[in-house]
Design a protein. Structure first.
Length: 344
């Protein structure tokens, strides 16, 4: 099992965004010291939910502060970026980190970013496959040519180049089909439970066809909330007290670009769901929850959102305790000591 931290640079009320970014970098360093395998960083624009608009920039700084830790984006939004420019930046980070970088990509949402960055709602609605294929061509061949609806340009050679294999955020059947057809692993979000994750893995396996990798060994990644305390009741209580103040204004920052309706989320119900489904609790409960997800879904790569408590010292303590108390249990196979497979 491979376990990393998932950092959104959460903008809790009253916290200066610049300080949040510096603290996020320190959390990445702490994650390596605590024994985590990876640190993945999210991209958000114009909102307090996450105050990191450029995860590649943050991870470049992290590459210079770490030696072993894998680094990844969860995710870089393809609908608002030029895929060749993203391929160049990803290749740089691959080389500067000594090959430790994984590019996670996603469609994003129909948000105001599309207007601000000039890509438009059409790129979101129809352009994901074309954008993804240009990115993949750049990684596979070191060359790119635009001959589609959204990109038209002469062939260019990328300098530097890197043979990267992206991970694709998947929340719908069309995106799963795109990822499966290209043999790319899925990144599955925190908003679904084990049964829903297992269903998506099964759907991917069916679509990938013979020799496509299927579920076993596909390298899928699952995001989860990870929070440890002396007891499960204490961990749940702490997140239920802290997370709504962050999520309420943060989720409101998702502003549609074209006036399409956006269903409001019941934040209290969402936090209740997160604390019930994910590894939130005692060390033993956290380990058993992750092992159960691995058994039920076949996924053995996890990234844990660790910032839910909000207060910087408590978040840092959470990272250290997860590393010291939960990761050893996972290596042993949980509190019962049953063996669990590991991946590099």
């Amino acid at each position: 099992m491979r376990v990393g931290v998932f950092l959104v640079a959460a903008g809790f009320p009253g916290r200066d965004p610049g300080l949040v970014l510096r603290d996020t970098l320190e959390l990445i360093v702490a994650a390596e010291e605590a024994g985590f395998d990876d640190a993945w960083v999210a991209e958000h624009h114009f909102m307090s939910y996450g105050v990191c608009p450029s995860p590649l920039t943050l991870l470049a700084a992290a590459a210079g502060r770490t030696r072993r830790l894998g680094l990844g984006t969860a995710v870089s939004v393809l609908s608002t970026q030029h895929p060749v420019a993203l391929a160049e930046q990803a290749a740089m980070l691959h080389h500067l980190s000594g090959g430790r970088f994984t590019l996670g990509v996603g469609r994003g949402g129909p948000w105001v970013d599309l207007e601000v960055f000039g890509t438009g709602i059409e790129r979101f609605d129809r352009g994901f496959a074309e954008t993804l294929d240009l990115l993949l061509a750049a990684f596979a061949t070191g060359r790119a040519t635009g001959r589609g609806e959204f990109f038209r340009f002469r062939e260019v050679e990328l300098v530097p180049r890197a043979p990267l294999r992206p991970v694709v955020a998947c929340t719908s059947s069309p995106t799963i089909a795109l990822a499966a057809a290209r043999g790319l692993p899925m990144l599955l979000g925190m908003h679904i439970d084990d049964a829903a994750k297992a269903a998506l893995v099964t759907e991917y396996a069916a679509l990938s066809g013979p020799g496509g990798g299927g579920a076993a060994g596909a390298g899928h990644v699952a995001a989860a909330v990870g929070h440890v305390a002396d007891s499960t009741a204490a961990a749940v209580k702490e997140l239920k007290a802290a997370m709504p103040a962050w999520l309420e204004p943060g989720l409101a920052g998702y502003v549609p670009v074209d006036g399409r309706p956006r269903a409001p989320r019941d934040v209290a119900a969402y936090v209740d769901f997160l604390t019930r489904v994910h590894p939130v609790g005692s060390p033993e409960h956290c380990a058993e929850t992750l092992l159960r997800t691995a058994r039920e879904t076949g996924i053995d790569r996890f990234i844990l959102l660790v910032e839910g408590a909000g207060e910087p010292r408590r978040v840092l303590e959470n990272v250290r305790r997860l590393g010291a108390e939960v990761l050893p249990l996972l290596k042993r196979g949980g509190a019962t000591g049953a063996p669990t497979p590991t991946t590099g």
